[in-house]
Structure formats: C-alpha cells, structure tokens
Design a protein around this ligand. Structure first.
Ligand SMILES: Nc1ncnc2c1ncn2[C@@H]1O[C@H](COP(=O)(O)OP(=O)(O)OP(=O)(O)O)[C@@H](O)[C@H]1O
Length: 290
C-alpha cells in the first residue's frame, strides 16, 4: 500500500480555471482547483456479499477530494460492486449485503437514513449511456423536479449551465425538445454526465464510461474528466489501462482469488503504473496478468 501524493501539482497558488471554450466545469466555489490530497471518502474493512458469495473482502482505502481515482483490475474482481457501495446502489441489488464502514466526510454511508441526499451528493454514470426516452431538456429537468427544484427559471438556467459544462450546449441548444435518443453515443454519455451534474454532486462515480464509445467520443469524455479535476471527486472504473494512466491521480488495483476480490495495492497513479510494489500489480499493469 502506498499513500504517496499524486503527480498532480498540489499548491494553493494554482489559479482556478475560468470559463473557456464554452465550458464552465462545475461549481467554481466548490473547492481547490488542484489535487490537494485531503481525504473525503474513507473505506474501512469493506466486504460485499451476493447471497452466500463473498465477492469483496478486507478493502480499506482513502479517496481524496478533488482527485481522480481509477479502480483497475480484471473482470469480476469487484470494482463495480465497490463503486456502487459508495452511494448505496448496492441496496437495490437483491441479496447484496455490505459490511464494513464507508464515510463521506461526516456521513456514515451505511447508516444514513438520507439515501436520496447521499445519491444527490454522489452521482453515478454507467457504462452504457442511459438517457431517459424523452427530450434532451426533460432528461435534465426530471431529476431537478424530483429533487424539489420547482422554479422553472432556475431549472432552465441549470440546464444551460450543465450542458455547457459537458461541452454539449452548442450542439443541442436549438433542439432541446428533440429526443435524447437521437443523439450519438458520445453525446448521450455527455448528456448523462450533465444530468448527474445538474444535482450539484460532490462526487462522481463512473463505471467504464467510455467503453461503449468510439475512440473520438471516448477522448471527449476523457478530456471532460480531466476538466473536472479539482471540482469533483471522481472515482472511475476502467479496463483501459492507458486511460487510467492518463487520468488517474490515484489508482487502486483489485484482484480476485477464488471468487473473492480484494485490494492489492493503491497509491498515486505514478506509483501504481511506474513503480508498483506488488509483483501482481506490476504484472497486471504491464499486461502480463489478468
Ligand atoms: N447482482 C449480482 N448477483 C450476484 N453476483 C453478482 C452480482 N453482481 C456482481 N456479482 C458477482 O460479483 C463479482 C464481482 O462483480 P463486479 O461486477 O463487481 O466485478 P468487476 O470487477 O466490476 O467486473 P467487470 O470488470 O467485469 O465489470 C463477480 O463474481 C460477479 O459475478
């Protein structure tokens, strides 16, 4: 294990990026613009079961505010299960049982009664873009209404802001009432990210967000993630090690033995990809295992 600081510059003098190229990139007042390693999510001795099968065990990890943390490891080692436990999506899986402690700031994730508030704070983006089968506008408006934003002018403002944040505004501003399903895959994924941003989350969980996209669309989403650094705390599952290497301030490597995954090693992206301590990590990141 390693808790060395990430490669990203960490000092208070880094200027806050201003609106450029039509992007505003999230609430500007939400924190340090660079990756100052301050713990935000603390996971202690996490275990996850589906029925009698223990698929994840003994995972302890600190995730830092404003940083991008990549979860890597072969298929079936528990990355998605881990990710979805962070905003209690695991509650929705019949037979799923989570043990251990997850804290986000002062909130005890497993004990909190305010699951809606938790999910507002911790947004989730899935592998396959999943826009609602409605208009582009309604895709963002619906969750805003569900979360109690009754004022139409405020909703209209947020819709424009978040579409600008994901670089989609110029492409869709003249067809906000057209079906979201008519957008390309990459545009749909950016719409889903905009929908998550509309609720002003602090944390974004992304489960292989680029794997269903063509290389060009994938690059656009990756670029977007880099722009989120410092504004949102991003936790991303990716099988694309090149992508993980490019974006990760921190990386956590999982591996399963006899069906039970665990965390083998974590640390800065540089540490995991260039100087891993564990032979298994080295074999995996160099394409010799997994
Ligand atoms: N709903 C479920 N019911 C039963 N078992 C499940 C369920 N979801 C996941 N599993 C099992 O839990 C283990 C971990 O799965 P998980 O999807 O978390 O791994 P992963 O590392 O994200 O895999 P991948 O990279 O293929 O998405 C696997 O053995 C999987 O079959």
């Amino acid at each position: 294990m390693n808790s060395e600081a990430p490669k990203t510059p960490s000092n208070n003098d880094t200027p806050i990026p201003q609106k450029e190229d039509g992007f505003t990139v999230g609430p500007l007042d939400q924190g340090p613009p660079c990756c100052i390693p301050q713990p935000l999510i603390e996971i202690e001795d996490l275990a996850i079961h589906y029925g009698n099968a223990r698929v994840l065990s003994e995972v302890s990890l600190t995730i830092h505010r404003g940083c991008i943390t990549a979860l890597i490891g072969p298929s079936g080692c528990g990355k998605t299960s881990f990710l979805t436990s962070l905003n209690r999506m695991t509650d929705m899986v019949p037979g799923c049982h989570v043990e251990g402690k997850i804290s986000i700031g002062s909130v005890d994730v497993r004990q909190t009664k305010d699951v809606l508030g938790l999910r507002r704070r911790v947004g989730m983006i899935f592998q396959k873009p999943n826009p609602f089968p409605f208009s582009i506008r309604k895709n963002i408006e619906m969750p805003l209404k569900e979360h109690g934003i009754r004022n139409r002018t405020e909703r209209t403002k947020i819709i424009q802001e978040v579409l600008e944040d994901v670089g989609l505004w110029a492409e869709v501003k003249d067809r906000l009432d057209s079906s979201a399903l008519a957008l390309s895959g990459g545009q749909q994924q950016r719409l889903c990210i905009a929908r998550a941003l509309a609720l002003r989350p602090e944390i974004l969980l992304l489960d292989e967000p680029c794997s269903a996209l063509d290389p060009l669309a994938s690059n656009v989403v990756e670029e977007l993630l880099l722009r989120f650094r410092g504004r949102y705390t991003v936790v991303i599952v990716t099988h694309n090690l090149q992508q993980a290497r490019r974006v990760a301030d921190y990386a956590a490597f999982f591996w399963a033995t006899n069906g039970t995954g665990t965390l083998i090693e974590h640390g800065s992206g540089t540490h995991i990809f260039d100087t891993p301590q564990q032979p298994l990590t080295s074999a995996y990141v160099n394409g010799k295992a997994g």
